[in-house]
Design a binder for this molecule. Structure first.
Ligand SMILES: Cc1cc2nc3c(=O)[nH]c(=O)nc-3n(C[C@H](O)[C@H](O)[C@H](O)COP(=O)(O)OP(=O)(O)OC[C@H]3O[C@@H](n4cnc5c(N)ncnc54)[C@H](O)[C@@H]3O)c2cc1C
Length: 498
């Protein structure tokens, strides 16, 4: 049943994405939407990378790249580079590309090469060689399909989180969303139903659905309705980050990929925006102090004066994302960590699923239980993919990496995938056995295991550089990449922007 009066608490990326989607979808249903946020409390101020799902988000709102990208300082993202996640006898770096239709002629050669390698043959099987977005990323080219080409390349974006919130705020308000800048000071509820929220200066607000987008505060779902976070600390090591922005050395060369480089006790991101580079170090407080993390990041960036933002969290999730008349969206649902940038996708999936369930079903215990099961499956499947990065690392230079590799707390699905890859069984068959639990697609699992060199020692001999299929793949991708333009040229005022 579609609610008539919706109150959203929180105006971060989650709050405004949610408001935009609901306002667009239910415009014709005369649904009243009010978003309350406290500018004094502010937003988290990080979260700058997306997956290709954000493209669908903007398409569903009929907002073109020409409108939103310049307003949000946004750049294109072809995928993620992972240098230094492995020790000796494994690749120095690998690329996790966004797979698209354009890759389909070669993707089976990649899968077959991996299979041969698992059987002990020396076929080259680094994902970087087989996917078009990896070539575009190496050359700072935009994945935007060139004129007169019908082949589509899928991609994500980098953006300034605050500007994205502001952009969506204007969009949502243009569709009638009411915006209140005030602090929610009290919440009244009866059992699992929220009745009213009180604000400091705008009185009492009533609604029939309350959406908790209050971030780590979890004001409605956690503090009021008592949902507690199930900690995933035993699976995922990181609970801290420090972020420092830097300037571009060369503005004619904006990168088109996220850099996720492993450091001594965690990993560092670098995200190129149009006006700056967002950087951060994600680490575990068990192995590194905040001060040492900041120093290590400054050294890696050679940046000693720019301000640093320190953040902390407990990795985990709540169990009931829809409880009574309250829906949790964003960080109030929980947070894993920034690796692979999956969290805005969770925001999108939660809102889309809520819209679908509300249109089709009554708000009752069974509906909510099915919904919550689906969202939990999504988060847990994401967690498995993230944990796999740590589980198959082969670094021996710090206790952090050794302990993560030796961590025996893994879901049965993840254990089965990790062992299955090293077995002689077809990996497709292993994936098929777990198809109900997986969130990341086959290509992503192959790229991760092969890119991290997760092979038996006897499978790791010298590569066969005369391999014809590999040579063909490289030529094919390079020829295609030649047709794409440099991202900076695309943003230049002299060229028509996408
Ligand atoms: C280090 C780090 C890196 C990340 N990187 C990525 C990434 O690359 N990609 C990605 O997809 N995600 C990333 N994330 C996650 C991403 O930042 C969040 O998912 C996203 O920003 C959504 O946050 P939010 O809107 O839920 O919370 P917030 O941005 O914290 O917003 C909370 C809102 O609630 C309001 N509020 C709170 N209490 C009250 C109150 N009492 N009254 C009124 N208003 C209130 C605040 O004012 C604010 O408007 C990252 C997270 C971290 C910690």
């Amino acid at each position: 049943m579609i609610p008539k009066k919706i109150i959203i608490v929180g105006g971060g990326t989650a709050g405004w994405m949610c408001a935009s989607m609901l306002a667009k979808k239910w415009h014709a249903h005369a649904v009243q939407i009010t978003l309350v946020e406290s500018k004094k409390i502010g937003t988290i101020g990080v979260g700058e990378g997306s997956t290709p799902f954000l493209r669908q988000f903007f398409q569903s709102l009929n907002i073109s790249e020409k409108e939103w990208m310049p307003a949000c300082d946004a750049t294109y993202k072809c995928g993620i580079a992972f240098p230094d996640w492995c020790g000796a006898n494994a690749p120095k770096s690998y690329f996790h590309p966004f797979y698209s239709e354009i890759d389909s002629p070669l993707v089976n050669d990649f899968f077959n090469s991996c299979q041969q390698r698992r059987e002990g043959y020396n076929s080259p099987c680094l994902p970087d060689d087989y996917f078009i977005t990896a070539y575009l990323a190496q050359q700072n080219k935009a994945p935007y399909t060139p004129k007169n080409e019908t082949l589509g390349v899928d991609y994500g974006y980098h953006f300034d989180a605050e500007k994205l919130g502001n952009f969506l705020s204007k969009y949502a308000q243009s569709l009638g969303v009411r915006h209140i800048n005030d602090k929610v000071s009290a919440v009244k509820h009866l059992d699992n139903n929220i009745e009213t929220i009180s604000t400091e200066y705008h009185g009492i607000l009533r609604g029939d659905l309350f959406i908790d987008c209050s971030g780590f505060n979890g004001l409605l779902i956690q503090k009021t309705l008592g949902e507690t976070l199930t900690s995933y600390e035993k699976y995922l090591p990181n609970n801290r980050a420090v972020a420092i922005a830097t300037q571009h050395d060369d503005t004619s060369q904006y990168g088109t990929y996220t850099l996720s480089k492993a450091l001594e006790s965690g990993w560092m991101w670098s995200i190129p925006l149009q006006s700056r580079i967002g950087n951060g170090y994600v680490y575990s407080s068990q192995y590194l102090s905040n001060e040492d993390a900041e120093q290590q990041l400054r050294k890696a960036l050679d940046e000693y004066t720019a301000p640093a933002l320190h953040l902390s969290w407990t990795p985990g999730r709540i169990n009931q994302h829809w409880k009574g008349n309250c829906l949790a969206v964003g960080l109030s649902q929980g947070f894993l960590e920034p690796l692979e940038a999956p969290m805005l996708n969770l925001v999108q999936q939660t809102c889309e699923a809520y819209i679908e369930y509300s249109e089709r079903f009554e708000n009752n215990a069974e509906t909510r239980s099915q919904f919550n099961h689906m969202i939990n499956r999504f988060i847990d499947g994401t967690r498995d993919y993230l944990q796999a990065h740590y589980a198959v690392n082969s670094r021996n230079d710090s206790q952090y990496w050794i302990d993560n590799r030796n961590n025996t707390h893994q879901s049965t699905t993840l254990k089965s995938l990790i062992n299955g890859w090293k077995s002689t069984e077809s990996f497709d068959a292993v994936l098929a056995r777990h198809c109900n639990e997986l969130v990341y697609a086959k290509t992503s699992w192959y790229c991760l295991f092969s890119g991290m060199g997760h092979y038996h020692p006897h499978q790791k001999g010298e590569l066969d550089l005369s391999n014809q299929k590999w040579q063909n793949a490289k030529n094919h991708c390079q020829n295609l990449a030649d047709k794409f333009v440099n991202q900076s040229a695309l943003f230049s005022p002299s060229l028509e922007y996408v």
